[in-house]
Each structure stands twice: as C-alpha cells, then as structure tokens.
Design a protein around this ligand. Structure first.
Ligand code: CA2
Length: 145
C-alpha cells in the first residue's frame, strides 16, 4: 500500500520565491510542492502538501497526520523557534516527524539557532535549499519501510 506523507509548512512560506531569494532561493512553494510530488512518485510515497500561517491549524494537521499518515516532513517556519504547542503536538503523535529548513538556521541570527521542536522530532535537515524537503522524504521512506 502507498504510504501518505504529510509535508507541512508554517508561516510565511507562502511568500517563497517572491522576496529574499538570497536566503531562500527563487523557487515558489508551488514549485517545491511539484518537486515533492515528483520525488514521492519515484519513492512510492503519496505526498499531501499543505501550508498555513496559523499555529492551531498546524497542530490540527499534526494530529490528523498521527491518524492518517506514515510520517511528516515539517517546515514550521518561525514557529520552530517559539512554539511549545507544536513541540507538544509532535510528542502527541507516534508517526515520525522530520524537521526541515531551507536555510541553514545555525549560520543565521542567534534567535534561529534554538528549535523548540527539535527535541520532539526524529531528525533535522537544514541548509540544502528546497532539496531539504526531498532529503526528508528519502529519510522518511527509509525509516518507515
Ligand atoms: O529556512 C527555513 O526553511 C525557515 O524555516 C524559513 C522561515 C524562518 O523563519 C526559519 O527561521 C527558517 C521563514 C519562512 C519564509 O519567510 C520568508 C520571508 C521573506 C520572504 C520570503 C519568505
């Protein structure tokens, strides 16, 4: 049976490709979604790709993933650095969650060095541009088979 992987995106990621290309590259979130769906086809994974600017919606989607998905690739955006609610939601589900970042957060401002969700996730992939998402899908394929 084909596994469904939720690829969840947090605040402002809908603005990708429109500003700050020096940090995040020129791809839009729709481009990244297309790349993830193509990689999913090759890996035998169904990709359910979503974005929200609202913390509670992301929490609801994590709970939904806990019921329906085989794993989650999660770019929580700025909530990565602030959200106890997302930390708790990841702990509340038993499917693996991989933290994803486009930029290398450790090479940026100090406030981005702390991740509230890192202690709750299976692993972290950051700094590879949009490729970070594909690496997360490959990792999920490996750890869930
Ligand atoms: O590198 C990443 O993937 C981040 O999760 C992106 C977040 C940032 O807050 C994290 O520290 C690292 C930002 C999302 C996109 O924000 C934009 C800001 C300006 C223009 C376009 C996107």
């Amino acid at each position: 049976m084909t596994k469904t992987i939720f690829v969840l995106n947090g605040p402002n990621l809908n603005a990708l490709g429109k500003r700050e290309p020096g940090i995040y590259g020129g791809k839009t979130l729709a481009d990244i979604e297309a790349d993830c769906k193509a990689a999913g086809l090759e890996l035998g994974l169904e990709v359910d790709f979503r974005q929200s600017n609202h913390e509670g919606v992301l929490i609801d989607w994590l709970h939904e993933a806990g019921e329906k998905a085989g794993g989650v690739a999660f770019n929580a955006g700025a909530y990565t650095h602030t959200s106890v609610g997302l930390h708790d939601a990841i702990r509340a589900i038993s499917v693996p969650v991989i933290e994803v970042h486009i930029s290398n957060v450790h090479a940026r401002e100090e406030f981005r060095h702390k991740s509230m969700i890192a202690p709750a996730v299976k692993g972290v992939i950051c700094g590879f541009g949009p490729l970070s998402y594909i690496l997360a899908l490959q990792a999920l394929k490996n750890i869930t088979q």
